[in-house]
Design a protein around this ligand. Structure first.
Ligand SMILES: *Cc1c(COP(=O)(O)O)cnc(C)c1O
Length: 380
């Protein structure tokens, strides 16, 4: 009976839910997929078996049915309203994750030409590598020399004359850094906003394309939102698969094939929640409040070492360590015992990472900040 007991101990630390922990006692700091608003899950649960008198779940519905088309249109309209997406830009609801867009951007927008890429973390590095297959990628900045602990300054960016776009990742989920400015460039911006979409206003007149995997701030995994300037659509390389062609997907209103229906429904509910909470402005206020509580602890700490430089640190992912592996593990285990789960850092940074997306209540950040102080008192 030794093996099962050992498993049980691992579950206790890694995943408290399997041993019967209440949701009410848990704050989930996972980086993605991540916590959803409780009221959204309750609403989905209430509509699970019979969606608004249709006699079926949204999961079971034709994507061409009137009920689903209404969900689909509402999701798009809500996104457009909340983010103030102008008519010049098309909203696509796609599959394949943010990762598929690394290649799709190369095929549709780079398209044999040149583009500038800022490499500030794992995802932008992979986006640059992928795009190289479809044109000339110039590295406008690269922060790997200091472990991606910072964001390049405007003056540092090496911009080329002939770039079709400037690519960057607005929030570096793994390293906990965030661009606090939109780069000034002669060409349109292309931006991965997977981990900070819906947390701040976006001036779309500057952006050729914005995209985001849904599983951080919007919906369950399986949906990617792409917001693209219509004037850039239609220049894809001839071998571009039709499922990856922005032109085809725009012409078919993202319904060339079956869209991720359930995720789009959940997105709809999340966007209703964002609106009820007070919209993007309220999300902006909440994010500053949440991250502020943790950064206050880090700023006055003699135990914790923050990963990101102060001026570039992220509102969404707070990264830190004690500098000692065993102590980090003790911190993570102690946090889990208090219902503060998934604070282990990414394997490439080690240490801890607290992801504070829109759905994280400020009480969660407060509880974690209190625990950080308590842990420091016990270990300094
Ligand atoms: C999570 C994440 C990705 C990868 O998303 P997938 O949907 O898993 O492909 C890309 N970029 C950023 C900024 C992310 O946070």
């Amino acid at each position: 009976m030794k093996t099962p007991r050992r498993d049980a101990i691992i579950f206790l630390v890694c995943n408290r839910e399997v041993i019967g922990v209440k949701r009410e006692d848990t704050f989930n700091f996972a980086a993605g997929p991540s916590t959803m608003p409780r009221s959204v899950l309750e609403k989905a649960a209430g509509e699970m078996l019979n969606y608004r008198g249709t006699g079926m779940s949204v999961m079971e519905m034709s994507h061409r049915s009137a009920a689903f088309l209404e969900i689909f249109d509402t999701a798009k309209t809500s996104l457009r309203e909340l983010l103030r997406v102008p008519d010049s830009h098309e909203i696509l609801l796609l599959q394949g994750g943010a990762t598929l867009q690394f290649a799709a951007i190369g095929m549709n927008l780079l398209s044999g030409g040149a583009a500038d890429y800022a490499v500030t973390g794992r995802f932008s590095a992979r986006a640059a590598e992928e795009a190289k297959k479809y044109g000339t990628v110039r590295i406008a900045a690269d922060t790997s020399a200091t472990g991606h602990d910072r964001i390049p300054k405007q003056e540092e960016l090496k911009l080329s004359e002939d770039a079709r776009y400037f690519y960057y990742c607005a929030n570096n989920t793994i390293y906990g850094t965030e661009w606090h400015y939109d780069p000034q460039t002669p060409c349109p911006l292309v931006c991965d906003m997977s981990s900070d979409i819906l947390t701040r206003p976006v001036d779309f007149s500057r952006f050729g394309l914005v995209y985001a995997g849904a599983q951080k701030n919007m919906a369950p995994a399986g949906l990617t939102v792409v917001i693209v300037d219509k004037s850039l659509v239609g220049r894809e390389l001839p071998f571009t698969p039709e499922i990856m062609s922005y032109k085809t997907m725009a012409e078919t209103d993202s319904m060339l094939n079956t869209p991720p229906c359930w995720c789009i429904y959940m997105l709809c509910l999340v966007l209703d929640w964002v609106r009820d909470m007070g919209g993007i402005q309220a999300m902006e206020k909440r994010k500053a409040e949440r991250a502020g509580m943790l950064y206050d602890v880090l700023d006055s700490s003699r135990l914790y070492i923050p990963h990101a430089r102060r001026e570039d640190r992220s509102f969404m992912n707070v990264t830190f360590s004690t500098g000692k592996k065993e102590l980090d593990a003790e911190f993570v285990a102690g946090a889990a015992k208090r219902g503060l789960v998934s604070v282990r850092g990414h394997k490439s940074t080690g240490g801890m990472r607290a992801s504070l997306y829109n759905a994280m209540p400020p009480e969660g950040a407060k509880k974690l900040a209190d625990y950080m102080r308590e842990f420091e008192r016990e270990h300094v």
